[in-house]
Design a protein around this ligand. Sequence first.
Ligand code: UGA
Length: 435
Amino acid sequence: MSKICVIGTGYVGLVTGTCFADLGNQVTCLDLDPQRINNLLNGQMPIYEPGLEQLVKQNVQAKRLHFTTDYKKALEGIEYAFIAVGTPSGVDGEADLQYVKSSAESIADLVDWPILVINKSTVPVGTGDWVADVIRRRRGDRPLQFSVISNPEFLREGSAINDFMNPDRVVLGSEDRAAADHVAALYQTLRCTIMITDLRTAEMIKYASNAFLATRISFINEIGNMCEELGADVREVALGMGYDKRIGHTYLDAGLGWGGSCFPKDVKALEHMAVLHGTQPQLLQAVMEINRNQRRRAVMKLRKALGSLNEKTIGLLGLSFKPNTDDIRDAPALEIIHLLTNEGAHIRAYDPQAMANAAKVLKNVKLCENPYQVAEGADALLLATEWNEFKQIDFGRVKKLLRQPVILDGRNLWDSEQLKAMGFTYIGIGRGNGK
Ligand code: UGA
């Protein structure tokens, strides 16, 4: 059993802390937001993540998982301090490190014993060294025995617990091999590949992984756009490509493009780092541009199908950036709503989990209680997020409710043949062969 403090109770911090507690460690999660900690103490999760609430409950009951706003309490006697605070995008796309800095300063102020400082937040290459410098400077002539280790996370929202417990790999970067080995011991029980590198390489592995996955998606979306013009079907193209073991099947689903709190921020931050250091990130720039266009293309398709968007009503199914999360950060649906509204369209929308978050930012949207209410009087239905509950919709009922039977399936979820046979105008993504 090890004593761990996790600073930050966002996605990464809360899942990491809870899973380490579940593996038998003593974990205290710290957040400076009293409301958030209060809710957690009462069993209320700040995010929707399948399985999380139950796991938090179990580990709180077992007295392995604790929550506090008090740094002193959180850091007391710990061996491992995980920094898992937010690193929002600054004006130029650079990662804003103010929360990382204040976490490092608090550690420097309150710890007086050997400690391992592990960075889980996604931070620019070189930040590990900078954190060490922040701590050293803050201590001045009171040296502290510590090491900084970069331990990037590869959790996906919606399957974060499973991703933590069954990782493809754990990456640890440090200039201090013994320190990295010590952190590796925390993960040993997961029986996965543990890769130890230098600090900067570990930081780069995180950015390169997210940028590569985003690149695959933009690639297949570009191919999909060509398929639409050339009479091919992108779904089968992706399938055929994926059978090649060198390529594989994942992250090749054409759709409305990637969103969320990670890919957009990380690709932008990597591009910013590249420009700042004099290299030309042309591929990353294209990857982002293709992604922006993918959202605009959806609007274009609707405009083409309906003649004009002015005073038309569009029903949107799905607001979260992907299924199984209530996260709407940089969700394609939100930008599409913005573009549609700019052209005079009225929006009705529903999402199985993201309604509370959506209500905070979508002021001119009629938020509905189910897909059928969305369809009522709409000139077209746009599927933006492929939630399971949208798979088995009663299209007979939907058709009666719609003003015009137009469907834009932004995630290629539905059976186009069946919908066409029912009299719908069906538009998919990258489906140029009429199927
Ligand atoms: C992503 C990475 O997958 C994680 O490994 C990483 O830890 C995380 O970012 C992070 O940096 O914190 P996440 O943002 O939860 O995880 O979402 P993904 O499941 O990777 O999906 C990202 C976006 O790509 C979604 O909008 C999704 O709809 C889209 N996508 C995904 C596609 O359009 N096509 C695909 O084939 C796959």
